[in-house]
Design a protein around this ligand. Structure first.
Ligand SMILES: Nc1ncnc2c1ncn2[C@@H]1O[C@H](COP(=O)(O)OP(=O)(O)OP(=O)(O)O)[C@@H](O)[C@H]1O
Ligand SMILES: [Mg+2]
Length: 317
């Protein structure tokens, strides 16, 4: 079964992309899962982290990015080709030897991450999304482009992870439309958590209006600083904030993930494609965070992510 999850927060810089890439790599290379990353952010951070600048320039020039998909719908062109645009076996960990004891599905030879890349040209598309409805004589909704053009391939993967820009505009809504769940990464401070009630309310309304099945998988604390009194206080107030946000929207209250991602240079550095790590341990750091080695954290997070998805899916089906 495929699980489709959007990563969203209205606040920028809360580690949505870093967490998504880390999870994608852990699910693929440590847990042997098939993962598709969909980059819906014009900043293209997930794309650059997974394929580097040079390869991105080539695919952008060839018009094989999601920006082109939206621009095709706006201009009535047909440059984007889905099967060409999907980049197979991305991530600088893909070059590394896979242990024999990783179990794979019958149709894959190696665990891998595929990517539908983004482009800065998504900004151009973002401002003209209403033109999609006009050009198609209202046969295509501006929220429905990803569903129509891309969701057909989701069945090839165990997990589809969607990186959203820090807003709730049409492009983000395209991601929410095809998602079973959304995850809210947040730094435990006032500015980062401020928009959570707005996210919950908007997605709840969208779910009703568009008859979607999307639910919140939970909130995840990122860039946590143990020594910060602000973060300590933020962590204490977060369950109550979540409870109020979901109660007000008449939604089941979503949990706070047990795993917290600490603020650590190793995590930020891991996003640099040019680093060429020798293996997963090296990529995610050999330093310690409390009693744990840094590279153990993404594994704990991936396991919690998988377990919560299984439990939440069983509950809603
Ligand atoms: N655990 C961490 N420890 C230290 N730095 C981190 C950590 N996670 C992310 N960062 C850094 O914080 C910054 C923001 O991270 P990231 O780009 O993942 O956030 P984002 O929420 O996706 O931002 P945006 O809203 O702009 O898309 C980056 O410079 C990143 O390297
Ligand atoms: Mg981002």
């Amino acid at each position: 079964m495929t699980h489709v999850v959007s990563f969203i927060n209205l606040k920028g810089g809360v580690a949505k992309t870093t967490t998504l890439v880390q999870l994608a790599e852990t699910l693929a290379f440590i847990r042997g899962k098939r993962v598709l990353v969909i980059d819906l952010d014009p900043q293209t951070n997930a794309t650059i982290a997974l394929i580097g600048e040079t390869r991105w320039e080539r695919v952008d020039e060839a018009g094989q990015t999601l920006a082109q998909l939206f621009l095709d719908k706006i201009h009535g062109t047909q440059v984007f080709e889905l099967e060409r645009a999907i980049l197979h076996g991305v991530s600088n960990l893909n070059l590394i030897h896979i242990p024999d004891d990783v179990t794979l599905g019958p149709d894959v030879r190696y665990p891998r991450i595929d990517l539908l890349p983004s482009s800065i040209r998504l900004i151009e598309a973002q401002d003209r999304m209403n033109d999609i409805a006009l050009r198609s004589h209202h046969t295509i909704s501006p929220m429905d482009v990803i569903r129509q053009a891309v969701s057909g391939v989701f069945g090839r993967y165990d997990y589809v992870l969607i990186d959203c820009p820090p807003n709730l505009g049409y492009i983000t809504q395209n991601g929410l439309e095809v998602s079973d769940f959304y995850l809210i990464p947040t730094i435990p401070d006032r500015l980062s958590t401020h928009g959570i009630p707005q996210i919950v309310k908007t997605i709840s309304e969208l779910r009703r209006m568009r008859r979607l099945s999307i639910r919140c998988l939970g909130a995840l604390v990122t860039k946590y600083q143990v020594a910060s009194s602000i973060h300590k206080r933020g962590l204490e107030t977060l369950p109550d904030l979540l409870w109020r946000a979901f109660e007000q929207s008449g939604e089941p209250v979503a949990p706070l993930f047990d795993v917290r991602i600490p603020q650590a240079n190793a995590t930020a550095e891991a996003m640099d494609w040019t680093n060429s790590p020798a293996n997963f341990k090296e990529k995610y750091g050999r330093s310690r965070s409390g009693s744990q080695q840094m590279f153990e954290l993404p594994i704990l997070l991936a396991d919690e992510f998988m377990a919560r998805l299984e439990a939440a899916t069983a509950l809603t089906s």
